[in-house]
Design a protein. Structure first.
Length: 255
């Protein structure tokens, strides 16, 4: 009995330590790459530019220190388009999702590696799609809309990022639930569509990293007016999306 209690305490301590390390590392990465140039973010920008070029038929040339440029469309995939924030949020969100559901340190470390690899691949794909949508919006005639191109671009990014965070949360929960069902001979949670945790957990992580960290490290003081506008837009759009997804989930369950 005493040995079992000690083992449980050790497992809990390991989870707490790993959770703290994940949060600290995510904060450091976000802070380090915030002012980074294109050469420091080439590991994200280069595959993103390659995928966007392949899907759009455009050729992007490396502009040292600036990003990847297409002369025909006068389009620059700059460091701000790297998707580093999405990668940080997705990795932290996915890591924490599994740390308290896996029983051993070995499985937890393997989970962290799996999440990091999947989050990187998802970031390149999602960010490429976001850039393609932004290109289409830029080329469309939207002068009659009350929003500026910058505001549309921000909202589009929030919608794409939040929805794919929800998808990533569902995918990782599916993997964890499948493992639990196989471990317990078919007894476990049902793997349906996105549930409450796959809607609220991405929302909490998105708001915490997109708004909470800039508040804590006082980065918002550089452009307080822009930060307030950005914060209100992020909060409003993501909460509305969460409410819509929650309503859709309840409607699906009632059918």
């Amino acid at each position: 009995m005493q040995c079992a209690t000690v083992c449980q305490l050790r497992q809990l301590l390991a989870r707490v330590v790993l959770t703290a390390l994940v949060l600290i590392l995510a904060s450091l990465v976000k802070r380090y790459y915030g002012p980074a140039d294109a050469s420091q973010l080439a590991w994200l920008l280069k595959p993103t530019a390659a995928l966007v070029g392949w899907l759009s038929g455009l050729e992007f040339v490396d502009q040292a220190g600036e990003g990847y440029f297409n002369t025909r469309q006068n389009l620059l995939i700059a460091p701000a388009c790297s998707g580093i924030n999405f990668l940080v949020i997705a990795t932290a969100m996915g890591s924490l999702l599994g740390l308290f559901r896996l029983p051993t340190l070995r499985l937890q470390l393997a989970w962290l590696l799996l999440v990091a690899v999947l989050a990187y691949g998802l970031t390149v794909v999602v960010n490429s799609g976001r850039i393609l949508v932004a290109m289409a919006l830029y080329q469309a005639d939207l002068t009659a809309m009350p929003l500026s191109q910058a505001q549309l671009h921000r909202i589009e990014g929030i919608v794409v990022y939040y929805l794919f965070l929800c998808f990533f949360s569902w995918l990782l929960s599916f993997i964890l639930n499948k493992r639990n069902r196989s471990r317990h001979d078919g007894i476990g949670q049902q793997a349906g569509g996105p549930g409450t945790i796959q809607v609220l957990w991405p929302l909490v992580c998105y708001l915490a990293f997109a708004l909470g960290i800039p508040l804590l490290n006082q980065a918002w003081q550089q452009q307080p007016g822009l930060f307030v506008e950005h914060s209100l837009t992020v909060a409003a759009v993501s909460i509305v999306l969460a409410l819509i997804l929650g309503w859709a989930q309840r409607w699906r369950l009632n059918q």
